[in-house]
Design a protein around this ligand. Sequence first.
Ligand code: JAH
Length: 261
Amino acid sequence: MRVDIITIFPEYLSPLELSLVGRARNRGILDVHLHDLRQWTSDAHRTVDDAPYGGGPGMVMRPEPWWAALTEVSGSGPAGGRSPRIIVPTPVGRPFTQAYADGLAGEPWLVFCCGRYEGIDARVIDEWADDEISIGDYVLAGGEVATLVMLEAVTRLLPGVVGNAESVADDSFANGLLEPPVYTRPPVWRDREVPAVLRSGDHAAISRWRREAAVRRTTHRRPDLLTGIDLGRDGGPHGSGPHANPGTDPASTDPAGRVAQ
Ligand code: JAH
């Protein structure tokens, strides 16, 4: 997969050299191109922003540098080849989800447009953006960190990046439930025991325990995920359909966000 990122802070994307994403790049699975938007300015001060029409606080990103950047970058693929999917991270976008990440992982070429200030002139978005995407209901200083989030979620889905394909298939959200708690050695640590069933060697019992722990955890922490999931007789997801929330208790979340179970 090829990914181009247009930003006024290319150094902000340096974490892409590290860890899982950096390894995918070194192995040729992911081909990342960073671009400084200011290379497509023409004035001496390399200006990328201007005051908003209609007044109000802050500045807006000027359309001309974005137009030049997107024309050049989107035309830089193989001759006669496809055009990229162009994504703009923004707090007013559609929510980023695991399902959306799955879709991006099947694309050959993505372009991320990282806005700053109050955002990019709407005419650029109208003409070029395929998707405006929000990673959550908070405002960042720009789209760079949201791009890092989306690229990490997508890269780990690319074939050959995560060694164990099962660990991708079992992820939280991949099956509609939060994952159950996990444990490693020692079996007793500071007077706390690992649940005996996980050390029993009884794989059917372990599967049942994990499924029940996942349902219990999802019910208490994320009841919103359960609407539309058919939990079935054994408490596992078997498909979708309207389903009442079983015994949800939003009051079990304290003001700090700590949750029982
Ligand atoms: C803020 C440009 N939903 C996450 C997110 C994504 C982008 C931005 N904020 C939040 C943002 C200012 C300027 C983009």
